[in-house]
Structure formats: structure tokens, C-alpha cells
Design a binder for this molecule. Structure first.
Ligand SMILES: Nc1ncnc2c1ncn2[C@@H]1O[C@H](COP(=O)(O)OP(=O)(O)OP(=O)(O)O)[C@@H](O)[C@H]1O
Length: 329
């Protein structure tokens, strides 16, 4: 590459579509991701994130459009594309009966990483995810967070150019989630690596280079967190009505009020005097009022008309985590 050439994107997606029967899971999706980008796909359950990741990982064929990863077409050059990617799937895929080392070693063998290099990479990757002391322990003795970390180590073992992580932190406690993001940050500082991560935890994507908001199989917005906030964000006032009648009265006065989580109502405001006016009318009929600065949450709300973290998503998280625990038994 000469100094004047633009770097090649790691991922290029053009007019991609995918159906499951009558359900259009991806609807004319186009995007491109830079070689060293941390790119987040943000959307609620069922938005189409996993479908997109599965197509990019070559395990699902699109119905229309095209996609390439690391310059290789996912349909026509699937094997080459696969060599350049590492994947952490939503569902755990380690062999519980093997040790951490054995899981990584097996992966290295499958990807034909040579003996000496394999050993060195295993040591490095275990260090990265702080599991060196657990190298020879059976994976079934690991916590969910440790398993996720080991899966990240495994996905990186063959030195991929692109790392896909499908909801890597779902069902994990706050501390484990933070650690996973810390490893991803560290990785990007060490080497050129494109990281594509799906999540429905809005607070996790604030530090990504780019965020792509997806819902019902369509991309609604794509940009840096700051650009998205500038273009679509507004201040949000979140109120908790004391009772049903209060909620109805607020809705009547503010027909654009959206349902927030925990029975709250969310109002997008652009008038600095809004709260004074609101409290004058409803101060005695609400138990709580809070003001959120423009955030990705408000971006999501203004683009989709609802909040991302709804009760259903929380419930699904709990069920998934419970399912994983049951799977371990
Ligand atoms: N194998 C399948 N057969 C039928 N419908 C499917 C299949 N896989 C996904 N879907 C449907 O396609 C839509 C997109 O699903 P997808 O899993 O890609 O979404 P997602 O954003 O990853 O959500 P989640 O976070 O719940 O995984 C959903 O409505 C889902 O129910």
C-alpha cells in the first residue's frame, strides 16, 4: 500500500438480506468497518445482529447482497474468510471436560498453528485474559466470566484480523463485563485488530469507535457515539407516576411520552424550562423525576420509539444465564 491509498476496510457488506420463512431478519443492510475499528452492533433481541454476524462468519448464507471479510467474499471464498476471523458465539462452545490448555490447543491444531507458535500463543492468550493460573484446570470448574474469557483467548489464538463477539457479556456480573471490555481495549492497543461486538447493553458501546443501531433487520443509524448523540440525541426526562391516573394524565398532556422501564415514562425535551413547567403541573403526582443528558439511550429512543433495555430483555438475559447454568450441570 502506498501512503496515499485509503486502508482497505476489514468488512464490507452490501445490500445484504436474509429471510427465515416469511420473517425478514436482515433487510438491505450495507456497512463497512475499518481494519482497526471497535464496531458495535446495537439492537434489541431479535433485531438481526446474530444473523448478520453468522453471515459474516460464513456459517449462514445470505439470500441477497454480498459481504466480504478481510477482503474475502463470505460465499465464494468462505475458507479464506474463515482463517481471518475469530468468533465468540453467543452460546458457550468450550469442551467442559477438557482443561483450558487442551481447549486452546485443540483450536490451534484445527487452525494448523505450528507447535512452537501454538504453545507461545496459548501462553500469551492465557496471560491476556488472566487465566494463566488456570491453564491446567478443567473448564467445568470455571465461572461463566472465566469461560467467556477463555473463549476470547481461543478466538484469538490463530491471530485473526477480525474478532466477532456476539453478546460477549450477556448474563455476566458487572465486574466480569468490565474485565471483558478491558481485555478488548488492551488488545486494540497491542495490534491492529477489527473488533465487531453485538450487545444490547447501551452503556457498553460508549467507548466503541462506531456504533450501528439495528432494529427489525434494518440499520437505523451508524456513526461515532458523539456523532449519533449530536444527530439524534436529546435530553430525556424520566418520571415515575404515582398511579395509573397520573400516568394517563401525563400521557394526555405529552402524547409523545414513551414507556420506559420499571413503569416510568420518558419524555424527550429541548426546552430548558421543561422541568419547571412539568413539576408545576404534575409535581405531586410523580414519585421521581430525573434528567438524562443526550446519550445513546436517547438516540435509540428517538430512532425506534422505545427504550432498549426493556423488561423483556432483562428477563431474556436471566433466562439465558439460567440456561447456561443448567447446561453446565
Ligand atoms: N433459525 C431461525 N429460524 C427462524 N427465525 C429465526 C431464526 N434465527 C433467527 N430468527 C428470527 O430472526 C430475527 C433476527 O434474529 P437474530 O437472532 O439475528 O436477532 P438478534 O438481534 O441477534 O437477537 P438476539 O440478541 O436475541 O440474538 C428474530 O425475529 C428471530 O426470531
Amino acid at each position: 500500500m502506498t501512503g496515499t491509498e485509503a486502508p482497505r476496510p476489514a468488512i464490507v457488506v452490501e445490500h445484504l438480506s436474509k429471510r427465515y420463512g416469511r420473517m425478514l431478519a436482515l433487510d438491505d443492510v450495507s456497512l463497512s468497518v475499518g481494519a482497526n475499528d471497535m464496531f458495535a452492533l446495537l439492537g434489541p433481541n431479535g433485531a438481526g445482529k446474530t444473523t448478520l454476524i453468522h453471515i459474516l462468519c460464513t456459517i449462514l448464507a445470505p439470500d441477497g447482497g454480498s459481504a466480504s471479510v478481510a477482503g474475502f467474499d463470505v460465499k465464494k471464498q468462505a475458507v479464506k474468510a474463515r482463517r481471518n476471523i475469530g468468533v465468540v458465539f453467543q452460546e458457550p462452545s468450550l469442551d467442559d471436560r477438557l482443561t483450558a490448555y487442551e481447549n486452546l490447543n485443540f483450536h490451534g491444531l484445527v487452525y494448523q498453528v505450528g507447535g512452537a507458535e501454538r504453545k507461545q500463543r496459548i501462553t500469551e492468550m492465557l496471560e491476556l485474559v488472566e487465566l494463566s493460573d488456570w491453564r491446567d484446570k478443567l473448564v467445568r470448574t470455571f465461572s461463566s466470566g472465566m469461560k467467556r474469557r477463555l473463549e476470547i483467548a481461543r478466538a484469538l489464538l490463530h491471530n485473526p484480523r477480525i474478532l466477532f463477539l456476539d453478546e460477549p457479556t450477556v448474563g455476566l456480573d458487572a465486574q466480569s463485563r468490565e474485565r471483558i471490555w478491558a481485555y478488548l481495549d488492551q488488545l486494540r492497543r497491542q495490534r491492529e485488530l477489527c473488533i465487531v461486538v453485538t450487545t444490547h447493553y447501551i452503556e457498553e458501546v460508549e467507548n466503541c469507535d462506531r456504533v450501528c443501531i439495528i432494529d427489525h433487520g434494518k440499520i437505523l443509524a451508524d456513526g461515532t457515539p458523539d456523532a449519533l448523540k449530536a444527530a439524534h440525541g436529546s435530553e430525556l426526562v424520566r418520571v415515575t407516576p404515582r398511579d395509573k391516573a397520573a400516568a394517563e394524565a401525563i400521557r394526555e398532556r405529552y402524547p409523545d411520552a414513551k414507556d420506559g422501564h420499571g413503569g416510568t415514562l420518558v419524555l424527550a425535551v429541548d426546552d430548558v424550562n421543561f422541568i419547571d413547567g412539568f413539576l408545576a403541573s404534575f409535581g405531586t403526582r410523580v414519585s421521581q423525576v430525573s434528567l438524562d443528558r443526550p446519550s445513546l439511550e436517547s438516540v435509540f429512543l428517538s430512532l425506534t420509539g422505545r427504550e432498549l433495555r426493556d423488561k423483556g430483555a432483562d428477563e431474556q438475559d436471566r433466562m439465558r444465564a439460567a440456561g447456561r447454568r443448567a447446561g453446565r450441570r
